[in-house]
Design a protein around this ligand. Sequence first.
Ligand SMILES: Cc1cc2nc3c(=O)[nH]c(=O)nc-3n(C[C@H](O)[C@H](O)[C@H](O)COP(=O)(O)O)c2cc1C
Length: 380
Amino acid sequence: MPTQVAEIFGIEYPIFAFTHCRDVVVAVSKAGGLGVLGAAIHTDERLEIDLQWIDAQLGDIPYGVDLMMPSNYVGAATGGMEHKALREYIPDEHRQFVEKLLADAGVPELPDHLTASKKERGLRYSQKQAKGIVDIAFAHKARFLVSALGTPPDWVTEAAHARGLYVGALAGKKKHAERHKAAGVDVIIAQSYEAGGHTGEIGGMVLIPEIVDAVAPLPVLGAGGIGNGRQMAAALALGAQGVWCGSVWLTTAESELDRMARQKLLAAGTDDTARTRSMTGKHARFLRSAWTEAWDRSDTPDPLKTPLQSVLNYHSLRRIDHAMKAPGITSESGAYQLYSYPAGQGIGAQNSVRATRDVVREMVEGYVEAIARLNEQLEG
Ligand SMILES: Cc1cc2nc3c(=O)[nH]c(=O)nc-3n(C[C@H](O)[C@H](O)[C@H](O)COP(=O)(O)O)c2cc1C
């Protein structure tokens, strides 16, 4: 599939995989796509270790890194605030609400060795904090640097270009894509309503062609709800040069998720996700759960702005994650009910565990079949 974007990266298939899991990055890149490591919650140390490992596994096979460099957040005027300062902005009402939610669900406290450090490790929600992590990415062999939230700052794009990296950025609206183009971004990722993670309100059928036309001749990747070959063919028919998928990797054999978390995602239907501010303060699509539903009720506090909601949630979400790994956990447990994870509407189609390389292969085969079927129809 020699689209322009596949050619510039030197990959066989224009399938880009966003994932937090280094094993998925390597498996996708080895299968002919391009794995991109999501590092939004990596500590500096963890990112260094993961990129060293990926470099060793992939050699010169290309991969990418996705970093959080938001432009719109509390403290943006000064480049971002320290976590300690941010904590002071959190109202008691919100703290009490979260505490009660976990207590009512019977979620155990974290063991002492996990609460010893009060520091929110890996939580990075400002451009100032992004500096260190960008330098780590530059010290490794990643070929693609992607900004998750907002146009990357000029210093990042210029430094990436000087080192021969391509720069990408997600866009949920035409105006975001135009802003990225004006700032020198090379690849635009049109992230539609269906997608897992931070999303806007526009569906892919409308968003992809709108962005393709707005930023031409820049290459666009279609993102949101794409998990099989028919969906890939549809994105390319809309003018995208490739696809950028996230949710489809969550249920793979290599996924970062533990047994119970994966079980919850495998059981989820198409309508079991919600676009909610309760996780990060910005609208993001997550698995619907007792947590997202509690925050959606009219008698509960409004989620805080980014990054305050993440600072508020940090220890509670760790408590839930830890409880999900406990030996006696069942689908009736309070922690299981509260547990949520970013996931798009396409999660409803992920009902079995597959090897990552098989997901790539089946997507390519499904794409070829879809195009062949369309050709047959055209020829009558
Ligand atoms: C678990 C998960 C975490 C995500 N976190 C990020 C992130 O940190 N940065 C980012 O650019 N996109 C993030 N996204 C969005 C993906 O990059 C991608 O655009 C999206 O998953 C595509 O839609 P899909 O989930 O329907 O495949 C995340 C998605 C998922 C599923």
